[in-house]
Design a binder for this molecule. Structure first.
Ligand code: UD1
Length: 365
């Protein structure tokens, strides 16, 4: 019996873990244990995704919750250690770049339990971003680095990681997207929101660099309000962002503020959008696959392939830059049919990951 522990904790982890859990079910003699750290705990940030993604109920819930980075990371580590003692897994699989990822990778590595990192090797080269520190540390600790794109392999080799630990498997987020695209379309979110047939923009924002300073957030919101004079702007507001807007007394006149959306509604809405404005990592990838123009409100991205091969472009965190970039996109409409899918973004990454981990002698298809 091989025991595999999967660690999820925050919203972007759920769609990455689902295809791996599914693919591993096809292997006999495997016990899968799903651990939810509780980094995200609101119904709309966590539970909603379990049903939509067909994720099993977590075997263990650590209830870590929010806090400073040190508090949150420490709480997750303290909760995770006895779980490993109880299950004695052969592998711990961690996903993405959130605090849960690095916390559990560190606990497992110190117990000499093998760690596989899904979405290894992405680098923004911006160490002010908490996720960049999480990526660097997790990749140094992991025994198996499963990369979503070839640029990630190059990043890891440059950091001196031996090539036998690096395995290109493709993008597991895209597995979920392709698996659920039709179910998402059936949700008809644009119709429900009354924007069907009208050009609209979808906005998400939650990075500390965009929302934690009043002047930056104010400038971004004023840009969105200006865009809203020309087209419908739908803004699904992350809890962190909502708190900041309230604390700073900021509003976004003309912009339609929505609660955080589930996965299916998000994809349904994004698929029909004229453009997306975001600082999310996942949406940069999803818009590339869906062929929807994406303006990423950040000075850098750990996912450069979405620029070179996809529909993404970077925009400064200022109202003026946002308005100019939106005008640019609207003046030169993107031809969706010409969108490309990077290598390995084919819906089969979960199967390749399962094969690499559970049949190590077999080269991934
Ligand atoms: C985290 C990840 C980020 C990811 C994002 C997706 C880290 C360092 N950051 O950022 O990489 O893109 O998740 O959402 O791991 N809150 C709630 N309810 C919740 C969760 C959070 O109200 O269910 C509020 C709390 O006030 C909390 C704040 O949001 O303090 C921030 O939550 P946290 O998990 O620390 O980081 P995110 O900004 O969500």
């Amino acid at each position: 019996m091989t025991t595999i522990v999967h660690v999820v904790g925050a919203r972007p982890n759920f769609m990455k873990a689902a295809p791996v859990l599914r693919a591993m079910r096809a292997f006999p003699g495997v016990r899968q244990v799903l651990v939810h750290t509780g980094q995200h705990y609101d119904q709309l940030m966590s539970d909603a995704f379990f049903d939509e993604l067909d994720l099993p109920t977590p075997d263990e819930h650590l209830g870590a919750g929010s806090g400073t980075h040190a508090e949150q990371t420490a709480k997750i580590m303290l909760g995770f250690e006895p779980v490993l003692d109880r299950y004695t897994p052969q592998w711990v699989i961690v996903y993405g770049d959130v605090n849960s990822t690095v916390a559990c990778a560190l606990v497992a590595a110190k117990k000499s339990i093998r760690v596989a990192h899904v979405e290894a090797g992405l680098r923004s080269r911006d160490r002010t971003m908490p996720e960049e520190l999480n990526r660097i540390v997790t990749d140094q600790l992991a025994d198996l680095l499963l990369t979503p794109s070839k640029d990630a392999d190059v990043n890891l080799q440059r950091e001196g990681i031996p090539s036998e630990r690096i395995q290109f498997v493709g993008n597991v987020m895209v597995d979920t997207l392709l698996h659920l695209r039709n179910r998402a379309a059936a949700r008809q979110a644009p119709l429900t929101l009354g924007v069907d047939g009208t050009p609209y923009a979808v906005v998400t924002l939650h990075r500390p660099s965009n929302v934690d300073r009043a002047d930056t957030l104010e400038s971004i919101l004023s840009g969105l309000s200006e865009v809203a004079r020309e087209m419908i702007v739908l803004f699904a507001v992350h809890p962190r962002t909502r708190q900041r807007m309230q604390a700073f007394g900021l509003e976004a006149p003309g912009v339609r503020l929505l609660e955080p959306m589930g996965y299916l509604d998000t994809i349904s809405l994004v698929d029909q959008a004229a453009l997306v404005l975001t600082d999310s990592g996942g949406l940069q990838e999803e818009t590339t696959v869906l062929g929807v123009p994406c303006l990423t409100i950040r000075p850098n991205t750990e996912r450069p392939i979405t620029i070179t091969e996809g529909t993404n472009q970077l925009v400064a965190s200022s109202g003026r830059a946002i308005v100019e970039a939106v005008t640019g996109v609207r003046q030169s409409p993107h031809d969706r049919a010409r969108s490309r899918r990077p290598e390995g973004w084919d819906g089969k990454a979960g199967e390749r990951i399962a094969t690499v981990i559970l049949s190590p002698g077999t080269p991934p298809a």
